[in-house]
Ligand binder design. Structure first.
Ligand code: SAM
Length: 187
């Protein structure tokens, strides 16, 4: 359940996303997070998925066949997300998930970057429902370390009355385990 960053985030998404929810996968990649969100949002739900690589959209499309939710796969950087999310959904987004870095098994040079990640998190926060949640997984490669610093600084400076922000590390996990940040909007 809390074995690693991905299962930890999935637990949170299962707790937060309800049938009919509006949710965003800010980094589609191989589509695992989009697929889970689509199942949880179900009929009447809307899932927006973003990635800058066409292959991510192709792979994700295969994972969501048959789901009841309205899944919109968007070939665009997440730093443009607010322009793609239907204005009627602004302020109603229950969950936004970021799994930063590069596509597993893909080109490691095509990765998320601190400056665009910051812009995307700010837009995600502005579109959250009053009890919405943002999850962010940061990896420890070179650009990932820069992102981690930027994300930590951004979240640490958010006003306490508006958001609860947490950072989780996997202290006894081998290698260089990722860090998970969670932002919860306070109603
Ligand atoms: N969530 C994915 C899954 O379930 O398989 C894994 C995501 S992978 C670690 C990171 C993804 O972020 C890559 O597919 C990469 O192309 C994408 N990416 C890089 N820069 C991006 C950006 N500015 N906006 C959206 N996606 C981006």
């Amino acid at each position: 359940m809390y074995e690693n960053a991905v299962t930890y985030v999935h637990r949170i998404l299962r707790d937060v996303i309800r049938p009919g929810s509006v949710v965003i996968d800010a980094t589609m990649g191989n589509g695992w997070d989009t697929a889970l969100m689509a199942v949880l949002a179900g009929e009447g739900g809307t899932v927006y998925g973003f990635d800058i690589q066409p292959i991510a959209l192709d792979v994700t499309k295969t994972r969501i066949s048959g789901v009841a939710a309205d899944v919109r796969l968007i070939l665009s950087g997440h730093e443009e997300m607010s322009t793609h999310v239907d204005p009627e959904h602004h302020g109603k987004v229950r969950a936004v998930t970021f799994n930063l870095g590069y596509l597993p098994g893909g080109d490691k040079d095509i990765t998320t970057h601190a400056d665009t990640t910051r812009k995307a998190i700010e837009q995600a926060r502005a579109m959250l429902a009053p009890d919405g949640v943002i999850t962010i997984v940061c990896y420890r490669h070179a650009e990932g370390e820069r992102e981690l610093d930027v994300v930590r600084g951004l979240l640490a400076a958010l006003p306490q009355h508006a958001n609860t922000c947490t950072e989780t590390t996997f202290l006894n996990q081998a290698g260089n385990p990722p860090v998970v940040f969670v932002v919860v909007a306070r109603t």
